[in-house]
Design a protein around this ligand. Sequence first.
Ligand code: MOS
Length: 743
Amino acid sequence: MSESIMGASPRRIDGRLKVTGRAQYAADQHPKDMVFAYGVYSTIASGSIKLLDIEVARRSTGVIEILHHGNFPQAFHTAPVPFSLAGVLTGSRTDEKRLPFEDEVIRYAGQFVALVIADTFEHAREAAYKVKVGYAGGASFANLKQGLKQGAPADGGQGHKRGNPAKAFDDGVQTVDATYTTPVETHNPMEMHATVALWENGKLVVYESTQSVVVHRNTLAQIFGLPTEHVEVRAPFIGSGFGGKLWIWPHSVAACAAAKVVGRPVQLIVPRAQMFTTVGHRPETQQRMRLAADAKGKLVSLRHESLNTTGFGDQYVENCGSMSASLYSCANVEITHGIVQVNRGAPTSMRAPGAAPGLFALESAIDELAEKCRMDPLAFRQLNWAEQNEQEKLPWSGNHLREALAQGAERFGWVKRTPEIGSMRDGHEVIGYGMAQCNWDALRTPAEARVSLKSDGRAVVYCGAQDIGTGTYTVIAQCVSDITGLPLDRIEVELGNSSYPPAPVSGGSWVTASVLPAVAEATRAALTQLKSFAASADGGFATSKADAIKVSNGRLEDGSTSLGFADVLNRLKIASAEGNAHTGMADTAKHAFSSFGAHFVEVRWDPGISRLRVSRVVSAIDVGKIINAKTARNQVEGAIVMAIGMALFESADYDERNAMPVNNNYAEYMVPVHADQPDIDVILLDYPDYNLNEFGARGVGEIGVTGLAAAVANAVYHATGKRVRDLPISLEKLMDGVPIISV
Ligand code: MOS
């Protein structure tokens, strides 16, 4: 057993397949006789379909079929059972509650109106353009401001109250009452959503770019009225998802229905413009923060009132207050959420849902309060650290936030910060230092896995998880190597197939913490079986009892005999030793599980040419034991880049006249590019959290995106004196004489 492999930094075991182009993504699948589907998408955002003329399109070259409301095959709604962590292996979920083509009502631009199936992609697209649609337009609500005209927001739940926050606010020595807004952001992973669907003898096989082959399978089975064994979803490789591929979207249902109707495999790729409409987004938020501190800078009142937009027919709640009730010690707290319907597709989780916009508001407001208290923002946070989770009244399973603050500040050189606005300069550039805390749940779900020790010397893991680009293949192989002593090149990891033992959604940053325990237990079970084989007659260890046999470096040993795993199997002519495992959740009655960290950001503002750059980021992250520092660091770095997009660039805008998307393309929806990248330094604290699992590992995927936008805004304030409360921090908001545009 090597102690080094867990916590070492091996390269991705799937890296070679990816860089040589041999990794097969959903749209790379071309089953025999496959045909192509292309959507006709609504060109209005609100109203209804009054006329659908498919005659010309139907005669267009290569067209096989055109599906629409009038001829779409029977489909069913998913069971109205809320999705739960405990039920992650058997649950189903859609965020857009309406089935595609279910009615002729248009609720958002880009909604499926018809689906053309043709012999080539080009023929399908050409015919789609020839479908004539007549609409009756209705009143539209383009954004939160317009949506609020419909009346009071609906209660979004997930609230919390303790103490008397109103009184404590009134009694506070220093207070902040400010409203922060965040715009619509889209996931837009590099790999667009794609489905290849085929029916074989009544069984539905689907290649999908999905963050959960298991939930996708479960959901499709319900929609098409099939037993789950009659549906198989495959996703061996995924070009990221960021939450946009957690749950099923209309295109997948449409492709499966199309394949059924035409009796041939169908490929449907969601075009880039529709990546902004029919596959979810992070909704717009408006968050009023009311904070108060006493004379010593102790936080005495925290109110976080959040509103977010949702689609018509959907009730998506962006849980912005999720971290506000527990990140700081505060006796008087109130968290509320409200939702407002607008003419957009259904929103969904996007990397650190709730916490990403929520901590922009919270960590900006804390910065404002610290300044009012004339305290260094770092010192303010150190003073207000929460020793336990005051919302759940539970001790933390592990909280190394103070170490993160100290180590991050040290590495960054926070001590060099002078508090006066615009006081740090480098030539013609003004330098700003800002910081913020980051925080995300540390979750663990049920999971299953099977491990097969083969007579050819390989160990093969089968698990219905998937690797969305985070390194799941690699950490699973490390885990098997750790227990068996086999080198990584003798371990194969099979993921991304719903027929494998069920494993959770790749979301919530919970896969590593949830799946590794199942893989470990299955590996040990396979070794137990192998030892029993070894101790049997002709097994090679006939004089030893099975439990006297030890595992070492991929071999079995009892002090006198040493045989490779495969030697034992071959002596007995047995193909493999097998182990299965089902592992459960963490004990959330005893501990509160969370990950913590701190971001320190340097910005450079050149007022002469109005140029703003994030020049340096140091992030210290407390996510338990680090299994693979290379993939873990990559997650945090990627999250920081994504959060720079959130801070400075990203905003999907909708025309107030008709709720049509304005910038539904990569030219006008701005994301950070290489030239926008700062020098990023990630400190991984590496304190194991054994309350969560035997390895002490928590998840890493999401935490880095939280708090970073606030750290940037706080640094921008320090440099310029402009407190930008409405993301993104676009340049006109920093120019002298240009008023800050407020919603
Ligand atoms: Mo994440 S938003 O749970 O993919």
